[in-house]
Design a protein around this ligand. Structure first.
Ligand code: SAH
Length: 354
């Protein structure tokens, strides 16, 4: 029998493996599976030998057939503002980044769902890296496990309080793996992140939004970035496929199921989408479903053609939205000096031609 990596199991398939392959008797399968699951995901124990509640024979079987190996960190960069970016080497040698962003009362871990991306948003650094592959749910969860291990974050009171799927890639183009990863994140016997502690960010893969409302159920962030199809199409080619009108319809549905405001992300590009006229058009969109807008300072990267909107203009834009009665916040950029901020992630992994 081949050795299985523990992180490739969800709870259901772990139970099946213990029963069918390791011949754990049926009435003990749930208990044993729970014990391993909790020891890894709650306590951060990565050694089978620590499972001292297990009979010796079972422990040695587990040792022979289950590995708890995680991908390795290739590089750690720490920003002057405390943000940490880890470059992780996956078992297949592809590289992926995740970013830890501490704040006063909480800390967010930003994880990736793909190596590279297909969307090619003009302002995004990841968009210059072609899609190499979808991450498996194990590879998504491993980013969390690696960060937690680095920070020794296994106490009841969590250091990493929030998880955002806002790193490299488009989560809804890797829907099944993202769905399973969120299930594992939410599992009360394991990592135990409530649905309101997780945010999935999408560039607007409209036809996945209704499924996600029913099956994922976390906070949703929509990378809108422009109030008209004309502007949006210019900066986000995906808008040719899914128009703003369609996004509005699906967001309406999402917020009616999940009963939370949707966050509209809006990266401010000087002279492109930052006029007061744009703010007025955005307000019209905001009237259709419960939402708030997060104005993002544009983070430049080598070779990009856009400039950030000046602070003063950002504030005017925010004020126009607030005066219409909506929430608009300006997101402070974090980790810029280590290319760890929104839209700056990129690795050297290339797709190997078959
Ligand atoms: N594909 C997903 C998640 C990845 S990016 C999505 O599009 O939502 C996370 C956020 O950073 C998105 O809102 C993205 O549009 C934004 N972003 C991309 N490049 C940026 C840049 N250079 N500066 C600021 N934000 C950027």
């Amino acid at each position: 029998m081949e050795i299985k990596n523990f992180f490739e199991f969800n709870f259901k398939s772990l139970k099946l493996f213990l029963h069918k392959d390791l011949e754990v008797e049926e009435k003990k399968v749930s208990m044993r599976s729970k014990q391993i699951w909790q020891s890894v995901y709650k306590k951060g124990s990565f050694e089978i030998s620590n499972l001292t509640t297990f009979p010796l024979e079972l422990r040695s079987k587990l040792n022979s057939f289950i590995s708890l190996k995680k991908p390795k960190i290739l590089k750690t960069q720490t920003s002057t503002d405390g943000t940490i970016k880890w470059l992780i080497k996956l078992f297949d040698s592809n590289e992926v980044e995740c970013v830890y962003i501490p704040e006063k009362t909480r800390a967010t871990l930003c994880i990736s769902s793909q190596v590279g991306c297909t969307l090619n948003c003009r302002f995004c650094h990841t968009g210059t890296q072609r899609l190499v592959k979808n991450l498996s749910f194990a590879e998504i969860i491993n980013q969390v496990m690696i960060a937690k291990e680095q920070l020794n974050d296994w106490n009841e009171k969590k250091n990493i309080t929030n998880i955002v799927l806002m790193g490299m890639g488009e989560p809804f183009y890797n829907y099944e793996n993202v769905k399973t990863a969120v299930e594992i994140l939410r599992d009360k016997e394991g990592l135990n992140y409530g649905p309101k502690k997780i945010t999935v960010s999408t560039a607007g893969i409209a036809n996945r939004i209704p499924d996600a409302a029913k099956e994922i159920g976390t906070y949703l962030a929509l990378s809108l970035h422009a109030p008209t199809d004309e502007i949006r199409e210019m900066i986000m080619p995906i808008n040719k496929k899914f128009r703003i009108k369609e996004l509005i319809e699906h967001c309406k549905y999402y917020s009616s199921v999940v009963k939370e405001k949707i966050t509209l992300e809006y990266v401010m590009l000087r002279g492109i989408n930052d006029s007061i006229e744009c703010a007025k058009q955005l307000i019209k969109i905001m009237a259709h479903f419960p939402c708030k807008v997060n104005l993002i300072e544009f983070n430049p990267w080598p070779g990009v053609q856009y400039l950030p909107t000046q602070r003063e203009d950002m504030e005017k834009f925010a004020k126009a939205i607030q005066e219409a009665g909506y929430v608009a916040t300006i997101r402070r950029s974090r980790g810029q000096d280590i290319l760890g901020a929104c839209g700056q992630l990129r690795t050297e992994s290339l797709k190997i031609k078959q």
